[in-house]
Design a protein around this ligand. Structure first.
Ligand SMILES: [Zn+2]
Length: 279
């Protein structure tokens, strides 16, 4: 596996660490840089970030994404994949009139909000993908996805019809029926250089164990279930993220080789896969 960090560097300070010709400029405000962990400049990022913050009260980088590339052999021998749902959209179920029971919501992290009845969304707002999620973590899948899943006899997902505020929907809400426990080797944090569990009054690791961090940094590590290979789809019990306005903490999702094979062969859109470590 080859891991690089894609950073969105503040162009005003990019010359503190990078040459003019390096990376890709996005207009005049952002420079995109792909950095390997072995690059000696990697460890300087947080040092410069803290310098820029102190001296100018600004940020050295705005955004980041860890990118992982696997060999064919690694992918073929994987026992479990982490599914990344790449496309998000709005408005959320809450904004479109979906009903929620909030009586047992965790007052610290916002977990345990219970959806009552069907997920209601707005027609024309769902991206043209076979899987996508709202910014509140509600997952919808296409008719094509459901047909392929059923045809192949996969298991682990419950599908519920999505309702549109106007007109008929041919989308389904995806609900994971089984959960996996993330292990302590799963690295979470605000970003790859800041592993704080709180910031600006927000707490990212709920003391009741519902949430573990703001962002996933490493590949996920899960605890082995005795019959882990008998299910094609799982959600993590613990959640990642924060309860901030419409944003809600979300599970991360896992799938089997057979599930990934379906996505590849049927050319289903909206998925990315990484490996998951089972302990
Ligand atoms: Zn909680």
């Amino acid at each position: 596996m080859k891991e690089t960090l894609e950073l969105r560097i503040n162009y005003d300070f990019a010359n503190l660490l990078f040459k003019d010709k390096e990376g890709k400029n996005l207009g005049t405000s952002v420079k995109i840089i792909d950095l390997s962990k072995d690059d000696p400049r990697y460890i300087q990022i947080p040092i410069i970030e803290s310098h820029v913050k102190k001296k100018y009260d600004r940020s050295f980088f705005f955004g980041w994404e860890v990118k992982r590339k696997y060999s064919k052999k690694e992918l073929n021998s994987a026992e479990l994949f982490h599914i990344k749902i790449k496309t998000t959209f709005e408005p959320t179920g809450e904004e479109c009139g979906t009903i929620f029971d909030e009586t047992s919501v965790c007052e610290i992290c916002g977990a345990n909000r219970k959806q009552v009845g069907p997920l209601t969304l707005m027609r024309g707002t769902i991206p043209k993908k076979d899987i996508a999620r709202t910014i509140a973590g509600e997952i919808v899948v296409s008719d094509k996805f459901v047909t392929a899943y059923k045809k192949r006899g996969l298991n682990g997902i419950k599908f519920e019809a999505v309702i549109f505020t106007k007109g008929n929907s041919d989308y389904y809400q995806l609900i994971a029926e089984k959960k996996l426990e993330l292990s302590q080797n799963t690295i979470v944090g605000i970003n790859p250089f800041d592993f704080s569990t709180s910031n600006a009054g927000e707490l990212y690791n709920c003391p009741k164990g519902h949430t573990i961090g703001l962002n996933l940094i490493s590949e996920p590590h899960v605890l082995r279930l005795s019959e882990i290979n008998k299910t094609d789809f799982y959600a993590s019990r613990q959640m990642i993220g924060v309860n901030r306005g419409l944003l809600k903490p979300e599970s991360i999702y896992f799938c089997s080789q057979d599930f990934k094979k379906m996505v590849d062969e049927e050319k289903l859109k909206g998925f990315e896969f990484e490996l998951t470590h089972i302990e």
